[in-house]
Design a protein around this ligand. Structure first.
Ligand code: UD1
Length: 422
């Protein structure tokens, strides 16, 4: 298994290009199942999760052609010949469940494996099932698979979700585009990836209003047509690289970044004394006055502080001046990076969903283990600012969500290399 070796090397400077959003691309790709005509995505990120979704769609009969070094994905679901999303693929990635809504809408039936346990929490599917059931689907669990059918086709309905789940909102949004009549989804998630999905579906001929607010109205249409859509900027990759100069000092311009994607996060950076400036090409972050100040953070659905930036923010707080509390409200087990950061000298106490951090002046390099995607990058960020060498093991998690991380950080002056293991 490969490792990444990072050696603290002082301030960073330069420009870093931000890729298309993994989480947007993972919901845009299954949208191809809604139409017989081709869907082409541009600005796709080059990640192993995208390969997994490609494999899943191909198993359903979709043709996927990857062009421009993986940044353009041309898909055609003209000849769907399978309606079963197999456990062997679904277990690799929870987002595989996003084929459920579109398959049900297009074919009237779908069989999708339950994703199984996930390191950061239970992550059940009840909100997806409740919402699709409200649209007339009959769903039962047999042998670890959800068997869904809509004998007379899906029908529009008014449905309020108990929690604004991102994935459930995406599944319903896709399913409702081809349902008969009007669907009103209340307490919908408001993430930018949902707006991006709605933009793509509208380009395919769907009638959707209210995306980006908590009430989305979808007027079903008979068919969707082909389209070409550009994937929105990855706000999590953006926030992650904005933290690099915040942790190491220096000045970095994140190309393609926009404040509206990371508003709540930028407010916290401002409180911590990190300057963020909008430029013609993105966002420029500078930290020239020594250590950041400790700030309390609570994760919330968008537009709140994203759970997917909590681990990286903790890396910053480990060397900030003062004490702070990080509260995780989305996932129940998302502090697995804390004990690893403690191996580097961080002072952290975890009690259930909260972590208290007392900033230390300097972290020290150590061997650490990546436990999930965002935890992996938080350890790399911490390593960039630590004294000596940090070896991050199990970096395959990183390949799921960060493309060319070594090249991108090296360009800013970081000392970082990837070594292959057995
Ligand atoms: C998406 C993102 C993930 C991000 C998360 C929250 C993708 C591919 N992944 O995941 O990176 O961390 O949003 O911003 O876009 N829940 C239920 N029942 C359900 C569905 C969810 O109880 O049926 C719970 C989950 O266990 C979790 C919370 O709701 O505690 C949030 O989950 P959800 O918003 O659905 O996240 P995902 O779509 O899985």
């Amino acid at each position: 298994m490969d490792s990444i070796i990072v050696t603290g090397n002082g301030p960073l400077s330069g420009q870093i290009p931000i890729a298309g959003a993994k989480n947007a691309c993972l919901t845009l790709m299954p949208a191809t199942l809604l139409s017989e005509e081709p869907l082409t995505l541009t600005n796709a990120p080059r990640l192993s999760d995208i390969k997994t979704m490609t494999e899943l769609l191909q198993s359903l009969g979709t043709e996927v052609t990857s062009m421009s070094d993986g940044q353009v994905l041309a898909m055609s679901s003209h000849d769907m010949n399978n309606h079963i999303a197999d456990y062997d693929i679904v277990r690799k990635m929870r987002a595989s469940n996003l084929v459920l809504g579109p398959m049900l809408a297009r074919l009237g039936h779908a069989v999708v494996s339950l994703p199984g346990g996930c390191a950061i929490g239970a992550r059940p599917m009840d909100l997806h099932i409740d919402a699709l059931t409200a649209l007339g689907a009959e769903i039962e669990l047999k042998d670890g698979y959800l068997h869904a059918q809509a004998p007379g086709g899906l029908k529009g309905a008014v449905h309020e979700m108990r929690f604004a789940s991102v994935g459930a909102t995406e599944n319903v949004l896709m399913a409702a585009t081809l349902a008969k009549g009007t669907t009103v989804l209340k307490n919908a998630a408001r993430e930018p990836e949902i707006v991006d999905l709605a933009d793509c579906l509208r380009a395919m001929g769907a009638q959707i209003e209210g995306d980006g607010t908590s009430t989305i109205t979808i007027q079903g249409v008979d068919r969707l047509h082909g389209a070409t859509h550009q994937v929105v900027t990855d706000r999590i990759e953006l926030g992650t690289y904005m933290l690099a100069p915040a942790i190491c000092g220096g000045e970095v311009e994140c190309l393609g970044g926009r404040i509206e994607l990371v508003g709540a996060f930028c407010e916290k950076l401002d409180e911590a004394g990190i300057s963020v400036e909008e430029t013609a090409n993105g966002l420029k972050v500078s930290c020239k006055n020594g250590r950041a100040k400790a700030v309390n953070v609570t994760t919330e659905p968008f537009p709140g502080f994203p759970t997917d930036l909590q681990a990286q923010m903790m890396a910053l707080m480990c060397t900030a001046e003062g004490n702070c509390v990080l509260e995780e409200k989305i996932f129940e087990n998302r502090f697995m990076h804390a004990p690893e950061l403690m191996r580097m000298g961080a002072q952290i106490e975890v009690h259930g969903g909260t972590a208290s951090v007392t900033g230390v002046e300097k972290l020290k390099g150590a061997q650490v283990m990546a436990t999930d995607l965002r935890a992996s990058i938080s350890l790399i960020l911490a390593g960039l600012a630590a004294e000596g060498e940090t070896i991050v093991n199990r970096v395959y998690h990183l390949d799921r969500g960060y493309e060319r991380v070594v090249a991108k950080l090296s360009n800013l002056g970081a000392k970082i290399e990837r070594v292959s293991g057995s």
